[in-house]
Design a protein around this ligand. Structure first.
Ligand code: CAA
Ligand code: NAI
Length: 246
């Protein structure tokens, strides 16, 4: 991919799953990485640095604006700049609407929607000052089409698409780009929580590709959207879902 070498990339939720695969992919492209996660990211840092680039772990809770500010300050302290933010931290608290508690609603909105607002707010002054930068966010097939048991998650994942499109309209003229990737069902810890019967008989059966996606397949989409190859792509949602929405 064009233009990723020596870029500084903050990836939230990078200790595991899609975020970690994305960190490794950007490292292969020659970028330096901030592994930002609530959970311990030291193993991810080791794997990234083994690829010959620099990486640092920032412990962050994306729901806490002060913690997010400290994450961005660490990136600036270590690398002197931020070029790309990937808003990827996310959780599920699934329940059918009739059983969904306000607590489950708040928890998912706080991480998956407000967390994206917090992280983007914190990097924005740096991106605007350098008149260049890319913010990418992990939406979901569920944000585009809804899903049983995911009122909270669907609202957040649709919400980040609206935010992304608004930011593209506001800030394209300042040289900034904002896009989402909408993964289908991907083989990570998140999907392991789906009851086996539901996964096999209700979800996988509808995926023409006939399988879960791999985290690396989402990482490739992020690498493309962050690269100069995508320099006229702004406010877009790239579905990477094995055709499960057709
Ligand atoms: N798609 C289709 N049907 C589903 C479904 C789904 N996602 N989830 C549940 N159902 C069906 C069940 O198969 C069941 O059907 P039958 O009555 O025909 O057996 C019916 O809905 C009721 O389900 P449960 O008996 O399991 O009801 P429950 O109240 O005990 O549990 C639930 C409800 C918590 C939603 C549970 O079913 C569940 O966890 N479902 C999976 C929800 C899901 O798809 N989550 C995605 C997580 S991964 C992710 O979010 C990443 C991403 O972006 C894609
Ligand atoms: P995962 O559970 O493997 O990784 C999520 C990471 O986010 C974890 O390392 C976790 O510690 C971190 N995290 C959670 N809350 C946090 C917080 N408050 N602050 C900082 N970090 C926090 O899950 P996965 O699958 O890699 O998910 C990554 C993103 O992809 C999420 O936004 C998820 O909603 C999205 N997604 C996942 C799909 C899938 O099928 N796995 C499909 C579509 C979207």
């Amino acid at each position: 991919m064009k233009g990723l070498k020596n870029k500084v990339v903050i990836i939230t939720g990078a200790a595991a799953g899609i975020g970690k695969a994305t960190a490794l992919r950007f490292a292969e492209e020659g970028a330096n990485i901030v592994i930002a996660d609530f959970a311990d990211g030291s193993a991810a840092v080791q794997e990234v640095t083994a690829k010959g680039v620099q990486a640092v772990y920032a412990q962050v809770n994306v729901t806490d604006p002060e913690s997010v500010k400290a994450m961005v300050a660490k990136a600036i302290e270590v690398f002197g700049k931020v070029d790309v933010l990937i808003n990827n931290a996310g959780i599920t608290k699934d329940a059918m609407m009739k059983k969904m508690t306000k607590e489950a609603w708040d928890a998912v909105i706080d991480v998956n929607l407000t967390g994206v607002f917090n992280c983007t707010s914190a990097v924005l002054p740096h991106l605007l000052a350098q008149k260049a930068g890319v913010v990418l966010t992990t939406s979901s097939v569920v944000g585009l089409y809804g899903n049983l048991g995911q009122t909270n998650y669907a609202a957040a994942k649709w919400g980040v698409i609206g935010m992304t499109k608004s930011w593209a309209k506001e800030m394209a003229r300042h040289g900034l780009r904002f896009n989402c990737v909408a993964p289908g069902f991907i083989a990570t810890e998140m999907v392991k929580k789906i009851p086996e019967q539901v996964l096999n008989e209700k979800i996988l059966i509808k995926v023409p590709a006939g399988r879960l996606g791999e985290p690396e397949e989402i990482a490739a989409a992020f690498a493309f959207l962050a690269s100069d190859d995508a320099k006229f792509i702004n406010g877009a949602v790239l579905s990477v879902d094995g055709a499960c929405t057709l």
